[in-house]
Ligand binder design. Structure first.
Ligand SMILES: *Cc1c(COP(=O)(O)O)cnc(C)c1O
Length: 373
């Protein structure tokens, strides 16, 4: 008999329903207050998020991509600076570097963790290298001890892209607190998501903080006085009100994601032809995504879809092979680990409040696929 269960890739209504009433009240208060941008809620959220990241300052921005650009620009790099980035990442990391006018130095992925290969970084460093952007992809911290050592040795700014890993740790230290300035995204589907676009930069360096604050608001700290060419990328009160409510539950939700990952790890272990996620020593993951790999990726995705299970590929085309980057002249084969991940990866449903029944069904269907393939 055919089961009719369907499993969404993510269902945000399950975490939003319990806080809906409180949030709508907050929205009413905001309408009554007449303050809509970088007001009381934003300042409170910034303080709470800085605290969460064990850092001195946080600044709400319009989105994660802007946060990356503001973080890069706050470092005041020379015009010919090169910035080291992972080849395997969401394209926003690359765009932030390119659109700030700097040169991208991509580093291939580690074949085990899928984060930037720490072994490959030093070979790519030239005298123009001025910064590195480690991306804690899928929720797993990069190997930050090695990255910080290299950064110190070559005098590089470190800018963490923490969009996917709010709450992860390396050797007990929280991601988003290692770099000189760090960026994150509150895109709705992220571990901590807003009800629209939002992001933040986080730093413990007061000078960098001041510069980022100017960059976020037309290069201005005092109304109508503009010291540098800035952007307009501020957080609004409604997003901050929702983020404040959700931040109090982030640790609980991250723990749930880790429990789901443990369940998948246990139940899917030992299937020949299926590679499960692996963590580097001392790294933790908050499992923004649970990414498996198989040479039969497309067939598996198709089979799961036929059985009502939504999956997504993160990411089907690496940045260096995107049309937008054709001008850099990269070709297939330049970053083999990254390309191989793109060709074989598949993300299974993982989100807080997914039910045991749904998880059992996903596991059952994955197993069923590999029994006959
Ligand atoms: C989501 C994401 C971003 C960009 O965030 P937006 O808020 O969508 O602009 C940047 N880097 C990574 C790794 C992301 O996953």
């Amino acid at each position: 008999m055919k089961t009719t269960l369907s499993v969404k890739f993510n269902d945000l209504s399950r975490i939003h329903n319990p806080i809906k009433k409180q949030f709508l009240e907050e929205v009413g208060n905001i309408l009554d207050s007449g303050g809509f941008i970088t007001g009381k809620n934003v300042v409170e959220f910034e303080n709470q998020f800085a605290n969460y990241c064990n850092s001195k300052f946080a600044l709400g921005t319009g989105n994660g991509y802007d946060a990356l650009k503001i973080a890069i620009r706050a470092c005041e790099l020379p015009a010919n600076a090169e910035i080291i980035v992972p080849a395997h990442t969401f394209i926003a990391t690359w765009y932030a570097v390119s659109n700030c006018g700097y040169k991208i130095i991509p580093i291939d992925a580690d074949p085990i963790t899928y984060n930037i290969s720490v072994k490959a970084i030093e070979n790519a460093i030239t005298p123009n290298a001025k910064a590195i952007i480690p991306v804690h992809l899928y929720g797993q911290s990069c190997q930050m001890d090695k990255i910080m050592d290299i950064a110190k040795k070559y005098n590089l700014y470190v800018i963490e892209d923490n969009a996917q890993a709010q709450g992860a740790t390396y050797a007990g230290k929280i991601t988003g607190s290692f770099g000189h300035i760090n960026a994150t995204s509150f895109y709705p589907g992220k571990n901590l998501g807003a009800g629209g676009d939002a992001g933040a930069v986080v730093t413990s360096d007061e000078n960098i903080f001041k510069r980022a604050k100017m960059l976020r608001n037309y290069g201005s700290l005092k109304k109508y006085e503009h010291q540098i060419l800035g952007e307009n990328s501020r957080m609004d009160e409604i997003q901050a009100a929702l983020l404040k409510l959700k931040l109090t539950q982030l640790t609980t939700w991250n723990t749930e994601r880790q429990q789901i990952a443990s369940y998948y790890n246990e139940k899917l272990n030992g299937i020949s032809g299926l590679i499960l996620p692996k963590l580097a020593l001392e790294a933790t993951s908050v499992y923004h995504l649970y990414v498996v790999r198989t040479n039969k990726r497309n067939e598996l995705q198709h089979f799961l879809a036929e059985n009502g299970i939504e999956t997504i590929i993160h990411y089907p085309i690496p940045p260096h092979l995107q049309k937008a980057y054709a001008y850099l002249g990269y070709k297939k084969g330049d970053f083999p680990n990254t390309e191989s991940i793109s060709e074989t990866c598949l993300t299974l449903p993982i989100f807080p409040k997914i039910t045991n029944e749904e998880l059992e069904y996903v596991v059952e269907k994955v197993k069923e696929f590999f029994r006959s393939n």
